[in-house]
Design a protein around this ligand. Structure first.
Ligand SMILES: CC(C)(COP(=O)(O)OP(=O)(O)OC[C@H]1O[C@@H](n2cnc3c(N)ncnc32)[C@H](O)[C@@H]1OP(=O)(O)O)[C@@H](O)C(=O)NCCC(=O)NCCS
Length: 415
């Protein structure tokens, strides 16, 4: 009997089978708990959640849903998010992912989505489908004794203060803070309610260990919430001295003063000698906020958010541009979804983008355009790698002047 790809049914048995396939792919427990099934009923869009079934067992999970990605300048750009992609070890490398993702991208294109987005588990998987890495993440480990040995360096102050709060307050204040923040940071994506439920232990997926975090808010002088940190800590002693590790689960700050205050708080917790801060922006202020920048060691820097253009004019006119300029892009797309030659005329006051018969400045594979979109990748760098072609000398540098952003793109979430 062949493998049947179909939408999953809105019943407990189908949902449990789908959850189990996803969990096996992610090396989680092979059996779903009733609470996992209940949670899936709440978050899944059953019109866009597929499984591959053979002999009654689900051997592939896949879903997509609409969300928004923040573009440079703060516009919230609709995107088809691809998620929960797994193929069981029994069925890997038989083309199941390809059979699933290609029609879904076509569907998203037909539905008018400007682009698709995903978090890639491994670098080599998604380039073939037209995705390019658009935002990277950095993990830091801070040696707190070294970081704060000479005290905190001067920096922005807003007369605010930090307060410890409970999970309920985080579920109330966190979404509002995130809504404010995602309009400031290109690369941010819509954060669903489930994200806050997981952070605060309201949903604990089977197979995960739970340690209740400490939650701290930063309140500005007027009492409004402008920062939030969630962290856990592990007590440890070495040679009679405290030697604890603190793990940052989330840190959001709407102002530099709140950001500085929260990092100083975390790097000054008594009994802690190391702060582990994963999933930060590659240009996070953290190293420069402490007294010794070398005390914040980068332990990993990896691609994270990948984008796949589907409608080039819609995408390019949604973002802001720091300088005025024009660029003719010949976009190549083997899947035939976003190809064409487009004239982009852009400046600080807005942009237009439309098909054109003019000669191209750059020939760009669709995945490279995905990488350039958030201003985080350099066209000059991609030209040097042979991943795009300059049709006019200097066109890659001119593209960078138009497209690059002054801060790095940052997507702290996994979706
Ligand atoms: C990643 C995964 C979904 C791929 O599914 P699959 O059905 O085996 O993929 P396909 O057979 O459709 O592969 C299509 C192509 O991609 C390649 N490919 C797939 N996964 C790859 C990987 N992890 N690394 C490198 N290449 C990969 C295949 O070799 C194949 O190449 P080819 O066309 O040149 O032969 C599956 O391996 C998996 O579930 N992995 C564990 C969970 C995971 O990482 N999920 C992704 C979350 S973002």
């Amino acid at each position: 009997m062949g493998v049947e790809i179909r939408l999953i049914e809105q019943d407990d048995q189908d949902v449990a089978r789908w959850w189990e396939a996803r969990s096996i792919g992610y090396l989680g427990p092979p059996t779903a708990g009733a609470h996992d099934v209940a949670y899936m009923h709440e978050i899944l869009d059953f019109a866009r959640t597929w499984g591959a079934f053979e002999d009654g067992r689900c051997v592939m999970s896949y879903r997509s849903f609409d969300h928004e990605v923040t573009a440079p300048g703060g516009a919230l750009v609709p995107s088809s998010a691809v998620s929960a992609v797994t193929v069981s070890p029994t069925h890997r490398r038989r083309g199941l992912l390809t059979r699933m993702i290609e029609p879904d991208l076509r569907r998203a294109k037909d539905a008018g989505m400007p682009m698709a987005s995903l978090i890639a588990a491994e670098y080599p998987i998604y380039g073939r489908y037209g995705f390019g890495p658009a935002a990277w993440l950095t993990d830091f480990r801070v040696d707190t004794l070294r970081a704060m040995r000479h005290g905190a360096p001067p920096g922005p102050e807003d007369g605010g203060r930090t307060v410890l709060v409970d999970a309920e307050r985080v579920r109330k204040e966190g979404p509002q803070l995130h809504e404010r923040l995602r309009r400031q940071h290109h690369g941010f994506v819509t954060r669903p309610e489930g994200w806050w439920r997981k952070l605060t232990g309201d949903y604990r997926p089977s197979g995960t260990t739970w340690q209740e975090p400490y939650y701290v808010l930063h309140l500005a002088a007027d009492g409004s919430v402008d920062g939030l940190a969630a962290y856990t800590a592990v007590e440890a002693w070495k040679d009679g001295m405290a030697d604890g590790d603190l793990h940052v689960r989330d840190l959001l700050a709407a102002t530099p003063a709140a950001e500085r205050s929260l990092w100083h708080y975390l790097c000054s917790v008594d009994w802690v000698t190391r702060v582990h801060a994963p999933s930060r922006a590659p240009d996070d202020l953290l190293p420069l906020l402490v007294g010794d920048a070398r005390a914040a060691v980068t332990t990993a820097c990896t691609d994270h958010l990948w984008l796949r253009p589907l409608d080039v004019p819609a995408m390019l006119t949604a973002r802001a541009y720091p300088a005025a300029g024009r660029l003719v892009l010949d976009v190549r797309d083997e899947a035939g979804l976003a190809q064409g030659r487009f004239l982009l005329e852009a400046g600080p006051d807005g942009a237009s983008c439309a098909p054109t018969p003019l000669g191209a400045d750059l020939t760009v594979p669709v995945s490279a355009l995905g990488s350039l979109y958030l201003g985080d990748e350099s066209a000059v760098r991609l030209a040097a790698l042979g991943r795009l072609d300059e049709e006019r000398p200097g066109a890659a540098a001119a593209a960078d002047t138009l497209l690059r952003a002054s801060r790095r793109a940052w997507c702290p979430d996994i979706f």
